[in-house]
Ligand binder design. Structure first.
Ligand SMILES: Nc1ncnc2c1ncn2[C@@H]1O[C@H](COP(=O)(O)OP(=O)(O)OP(=O)(O)O)[C@@H](O)[C@H]1O
Ligand SMILES: [Mg+2]
Length: 101
């Protein structure tokens, strides 16, 4: 049986610009090669120091951000390449509970 959620080598780099329209001066490696699997009914906690990339992983899974690289499968669907229409439908099954709601 395959996992409900499968994350393979997820990467998110944020380019940093010193000025609004200036050239890129640095890159933040917010998420750098995260992989895990989760079965139906399983709970997983992502723990780490502030700024280590936990929220960014969550935003990538919901496609609130586009990944720099990596793959995410949810219920057999490739979340990173879903059409906008199928993504909208799949979003009903995924949600974020923000800090201090
Ligand atoms: N939109 C963005 N542009 C540039 N850098 C960003 C952006 N979003 C997050 N970052 C950077 O990416 C890194 C990871 O941030 P993230 O918010 O995922 O950390 P976190 O583990 O959720 O931290 P906390 O425990 O404080 O919530 C941090 O260095 C952060 O400054
Ligand atoms: Mg956070």
């Amino acid at each position: 049986m395959s996992a409900l959620l499968r994350v393979d080598n997820l990467v998110k780099h944020f380019p940093i610009h010193r000025h609004l329209f200036g050239r890129q001066t640095a890159v933040v490696h917010a998420v750098d090669g995260v992989s895990f699997e989760l079965d139906s009914g399983q709970t997983m906690a992502l723990v780490g120091e502030s700024g280590c990339g936990k929220s960014t992983v969550g935003r990538l899974l919901l496609r609130l951000l586009d990944a720099t690289a990596g793959k995410v499968w949810f219920d057999g669907k490739d979340l990173m390449t879903l059409s906008p229409q199928r993504l909208r439908r799949t979003r009903r099954e995924l949600q974020m509970i923000f800090q201090d709601p």
